[in-house]
Design a binder for this molecule. Structure first.
Ligand code: PMP
Length: 377
């Protein structure tokens, strides 16, 4: 499929140019990006009021927001966000990965939190506008990318415990290197049994701020136990594997017809990752059998000990795909896939990165090539 090219000027945005960061300083920052610490020169904001709907769309210099202490987002947690990436492609063009899918998930999150959805085309126009302004911030090295953080907060000044009548949508972004090294090191997961992340009917299947704050204590336990991330179990029985930190999980099983990929079914408590969906589709395309089904921690352990589960890996925007090397809990510990990255994971990872970086055809229509003022370098 041919990637779509966006119009160069989304007309609905009022533009206020930032004093650009000097090319020398920008080059220095692009050389050491880390994750989430460096921001490009601009931000996009759009406001919503009950009587006016969405209005006042702006591209403006990145700056602190000034908010009254009674801003509702501070008190009742109406905040939602997305995390997505733009990639540098051959010829210096830049492209967003699965922009419309992120727009749809953002709106699912907004609806669940009784917040107004932002029309999909406005969400995508905001992404286009930030990249049009700050395309020079998309790093060229494979593995590196430009991370975009769209979010929405209840911006009404009021202490009533009810949905706000004013909201602020904002978009910021910045260069990032992969959260894990180019050849990803297998992660150690801590099976959380003291705390749960979400239950069906709650907010686990959307991206609201509270899901993340509520996970930090378990994440601290994981770190204290020498692990990188938490693996969350279901709220009711604490037996079923749901997801790992900000990532979805996959297991590779040896099967007669070739390796079979299994991922926990969407139970209503876990996030439907865009990377998860991409891997399911790529795996099918590469000829693997794929199954979405409930998986217990016991089955995972037994599968590894009996040699049926040959690999496990985690997927998410930040990391693309990383292998799981070990699982640890208060009672037990086991090794997955010999504690090393496996061939199925590596093949899927390369296939995904090839599409993102334009080294392979965009056969699923996932990439949206954007215009940038930096031009095609
Ligand atoms: N689960 C959670 C809880 C997450 O925050 C994320 C990151 N958005 C994921 C899974 C992976 O989702 P995606 O592939 O869309 O980044």
């Amino acid at each position: 499929m041919t990637p779509t090219t966006t119009p160069t000027t989304p007309p609905e945005f009022a533009w206020d140019r930032a004093e650009p960061t000097s090319p020398e300083r920008r080059a220095e920052l692009l050389g050491t990006p880390g994750f989430g610490a460096i921001y490009s020169d601009h931000m996009v904001t759009i406001r919503w009021q009950a009587e006016r709907g969405w209005h006042d769309a702006r591209v403006q210099p990145l700056a602190a927001l000034s908010l009254h202490p009674a801003t509702m987002a501070f008190h009742y947690g109406q905040t939602v966000f997305e995390g997505m990436k733009a990639f540098w492609r051959p010829g210096g063009r830049r492209a967003l990965f699965r922009a419309a899918d992120h727009a749809r998930r953002f709106n699912r999150s907004a609806r669940r939190m009784a917040m107004p959805p932002l029309p999909e085309e406005d969400f995508v126009a905001a992404l286009d506008a930030l990249l049009l302004a700050d395309g020079a911030w998309v790093p060229p090295a494979r593995g590196h990318s430009f991370y975009l953080r769209p979010f929405m907060i209840a911006s009404e000044t009021h202490l009533s415990n009810r949905p706000a009548e004013e909201y602020l949508f904002a978009l910021i972004g910045g260069p990032v290197r992969p959260a894990f090294a180019a050849e990803p090191k297998p992660v150690r997961l801590w099976a959380a049994t003291d705390y749960i992340r979400a239950a069906a009917g709650g907010t686990g299947e959307i991206k609201c701020g509270g899901n993340y704050g509520g996970a930090y204590l378990a994440q601290r336990q994981a770190t204290a136990n020498g692990c990188d991330q938490v693996v969350w179990l279901d709220a009711r029985e604490r037996r079923y594997v749901e997801e790992a930190g900000g990532m979805n999980l996959f297991f590779v099983e040896a099967a007669p017809g070739g390796p079979r990929l299994v991922t926990p079914a969407l139970s209503g408590a876990l996030l439907a990752g865009i990377t998860r969906d991409s891997i399911l589709r790529l795996a099918g395309r590469l000829g693997y059998q794929v199954t979405e089904q409930p998986v217990t921690l016991d089955e995972w352990e037994a599968g590894c000990r009996e040699g049926r589960i040959t690999e496990a890996f985690a997927t998410g925007t930040a990391v693309a795909i990383v292998p799981v090397g070990h699982v640890v809990s208060t009672e037990r510990e086991w090794t997955v896939g010999g504690g090393k990255a496996g061939p199925v994971m590596s093949r899927l990872r390369e296939a995904l990165l090839d599409i993102q970086y334009g080294a392979a055809p965009d056969e699923f229509g996932w990439m949206r090539v954007v215009a940038t003022e930096a031009g095609d370098r």
